[in-house]
Design a protein around this ligand. Structure first.
Ligand SMILES: Cc1cc2nc3c(=O)[nH]c(=O)nc-3n(C[C@H](O)[C@H](O)[C@H](O)COP(=O)(O)OP(=O)(O)OC[C@H]3O[C@@H](n4cnc5c(N)ncnc54)[C@H](O)[C@@H]3O)c2cc1C
Length: 457
C-alpha cells in the first residue's frame, strides 16, 4: 500500500481529532469512530482534567493544521509557577527567561470541539459517535464496531486503521497480538481528584488568584495545583497517594478532609465554596505510564497519542506529545511523498525513543513539582541554568525549557539534560548564590561537554 484512499481513526479525543483534521487537510477521506456521545451536543461528566497546559510542541501541531488562529482565543498564558506555602505566602518563579517562554492553559473540551468541527466542516472527515472499536481482524482487514445507540455490532473493511483510542486502546491490544510486541502499563501509586475555585463576584478581577500562573501547593509527598479558566474559575487538582498517610483512602470523612486542608492548603480551601461536595462527589482518577515496543502492524495499523505512550501529567506533555506525533507523521508524509509503507516504520523508529524519554521526564517532574521547587538548591541551579543559557544560547538550554519551549526531540532533551545536570551540580557545589559562579569553569564545562543544539525546522 502506498497511499490509502480511506483511513479509519479510532478515538475522537484530542489526538484523534487533530490527526483527522491534518489528514483531511492532506486530501484523505477519514472516518473517526468515537465511543462517547458528541461532546458538542451532550454535556460530558466533569472531574477529569478540565484544562491542560499547551506548550510549543502542541502549538506546532495546531499551526500545521492551520488552527492556531482559532485556538488563540481559548488560551490563558501561564508565565511561571506561583508557589503557595502552608501559611499562604506566595512566591512566583518564572518558567522561562524570554517573553515568549510561557505555557498556556486551555479547556480540553473547547479545544477538542474546535478540532472536530474544523475537520468535519472543511474536509472529507466523518466523526461517528457512540461507536466503540471492539476488535480488529488483521487477516481480513475488518474492524468490529459496537453501536451504543442501537446496541448492535457491525464491521467495516479498512485499508489503514490508526488507534488514537487512549490509554485503554483496543487497537493497541489487537496489533500487539499480531506483531509480537510488548506493552507495559505501570500505575502510579498516587491518584488525583479535581475541585474548582469559582470566578470572583466582586473586586477588579474575575480571577480570585493571579491569573497568569500555574499555582502549586508543594507539600513534599503530595501537592495541589490550579490552572486558570477563561470564565474566571480555576480547576484545582489534588495529587495524593492512594494509600498510606496521608492518602485518598484515609481522607474519607468530612472532618478528616477539613483538618487535612486546614493544615495543608488553607488559602485554597477558603476559595472553594463547595469543597465537601466536590471532594466527595468527584471521582478519583488513576495515573499510569504506557510503554510499548511496537506501535505498528505492517502498513495496516499504527497507534498514536496516549494509546502508544500514556504518561503521567506532571510535565504537562501528554497532549503535547500526542500532537507532536501528528506533526511528525505529517512531516514524514511530506518527506516520503505520502508513501505510507515508508512512513509507518519510520514513524515508529523515531517516536518510540522520544515517547520513552518524555515518560521518564514526566515521572521525574512529579518530584520537582511537589518537592524540589521549594528547595534553595533547586532555585540556585535554575538561576545558574538561566545564566548559562544567556551566555551560551546555542549550547545550554535548561531542560524544562527544552521540553516546553522547543521541539528538540525528547530523547535528545533527556540525554542533554543528564549532562547539564551533572554540570550544574559541579558548578553549584560550595556556592550559595549565582553571583559566586565560577564563570571560567562554567565556560570550560559547557563548551567541552555540549554540542550545539540543532533546532528542528
Ligand atoms: C489530570 C491530567 C492532567 C493532564 N494535564 C495535561 C497537560 O497539562 N498537558 C498535556 O499536554 N497533557 C495533559 N494530560 C494528558 C492528556 O490528557 C492526554 O495525553 C491526552 O488526552 C491524550 O489524548 P488522546 O486523544 O491520545 O487520548 P484521550 O484523550 O484519552 O482520547 C481517546 C479517545 O478515544 C475514545 N475511545 C476509547 N476507546 C475507544 C474505542 N474502543 N473505540 C472508539 N473510541 C474509543 C475515548 O472516548 C476518547 O475520546 C493530562 C492528563 C490528566 C489525566
Amino acid at each position: 500500500m502506498k497511499k490509502p484512499h480511506h483511513i479509519i481513526i479510532a478515538g475522537a479525543g484530542l489526538v484523534g481529532s487533530l490527526l483527522a483534521l491534518m489528514l483531511g487537510r492532506r486530501g484523505y477521506r477519514v472516518t473517526v469512530l468515537e465511543r462517547r456521545a458528541d461532546m458538542r451536543r451532550v454535556e460530558m461528566p466533569g472531574g477529569r482534567s478540565i484544562n491542560l497546559a499547551l506548550a510549543e510542541r502542541g502549538m506546532h501541531g495546531l499551526k500545521m493544521a492551520e488552527l492556531m488562529g482559532d485556538v488563540e482565543s481559548l488560551l490563558i498564558p501561564m508565565r511561571g509557577r506561583m508557589l503557595h506555602d502552608r501559611q499562604g505566602n506566595l512566591e512566583f518563579s518564572p518558567y522561562g527567561q524570554r517573553p515568549h517562554e510561557v505555557i498556556y492553559s486551555v479547556s480540553r473540551g473547547e479545544l477538542n470541539k474546535l478540532m472536530m468541527t474544523a475537520a468535519e466542516t472543511h474536509f472529507d472527515v466523518d466523526v461517528l459517535f457512540n461507536q466503540s472499536v471492539e476488535k480488529v481482524d488483521f487477516e481480513n482487514n475488518r474492524v468490529f464496531i459496537k453501536d451504543h445507540v442501537c446496541d448492535k455490532t457491525t464491521s467495516l473493511e479498512f485499508e489503514l486503521i490508526i488507534g488514537a483510542d487512549g490509554v485503554g486502546s483496543e487497537v493497541r491490544t489487537a496489533l500487539l497480538e499480531v506483531n509480537g510486541g510488548h506493552c507495559s502499563i505501570d500505575m502510579l501509586d498516587h491518584d488525583y481528584k479535581e475541585l474548582s475555585i469559582p470566578p470572583s463576584n466582586s473586586g477588579e478581577s474575575l480571577w480570585q488568584m493571579e491569573r497568569e500562573a500555574l499555582h502549586i501547593w508543594p507539600r513534599g509527598g503530595y501537592m495541589l495545583i490550579a490552572l486558570p479558566n477563561l470564565d474566571g474559575s480555576f480547576t484545582v487538582t489534588l495529587f495524593l497517594p492512594g494509600k498510606g498517610v496521608p492518602s485518598f483512602e484515609l481522607i474519607d470523612e468530612p472532618h478528616e478532609l477539613e483538618q487535612f486542608f486546614d493544615e495543608q492548603f488553607a488559602d485554597a480551601k477558603a476559595l472553594i465554596p463547595n469543597f465537601q461536595e466536590e471532594y466527595f462527589g468527584n471521582p478519583i482518577g488513576e495515573l499510569g505510564t504506557v510503554r510499548c515496543d511496537r506501535w505498528i502492524y505492517q502498513d495496516k495499523a499504527m497507534i498514536v497519542g496516549d494509546a502508544a505512550h500514556g504518561i503521567v501529567p506532571f510535565h504537562g506533555q501528554g497532549m503535547n506529545a500526542g500532537f507532536e506525533d501528528c506533526s511528525e507523521l505529517c512531516r514524514l508524509l511530506d518527506e516520503h511523498d505520502d508513501d505510507w509503507s515508508a512512513v509507518i516504520p519510520e514513524f515508529e523508529r523515531i517516536r518510540i525513543p522520544s515517547a520513552n524519554a518524555i515518560a521518564d521526564m514526566a515521572l521525574e517532574n512529579y518530584i520537582t513539582m511537589r518537592d524540589s521547587v521549594m528547595d534553595e538548591k533547586f532555585q540556585l541551579k535554575k538561576e545558574i541554568g538561566f545564566e548559562l543559557e544567556r551566555s551560551f544560547p546555542d549550547l545550554f538550554i535548561p531542560r524544562y525549557s527544552m521540553v516546553m519551549f522547543h521541539r528538540i526531540p525528547y530523547a535528545e532533551v533527556y540525554a542533554r539534560g543528564v549532562i547539564q545536570d551533572e554540570m550544574l551540580n559541579q558548578l553549584c557545589a560550595g556556592i550559595n548564590s549565582a553571583s559566586e559562579l565560577d564563570a571560567e569553569r562554567a565556560a570550560e564545562l559547557v563548551t567541552s561537554r555540549l554540542e550545539p543544539v540543532v533546532q528542528p525546522a
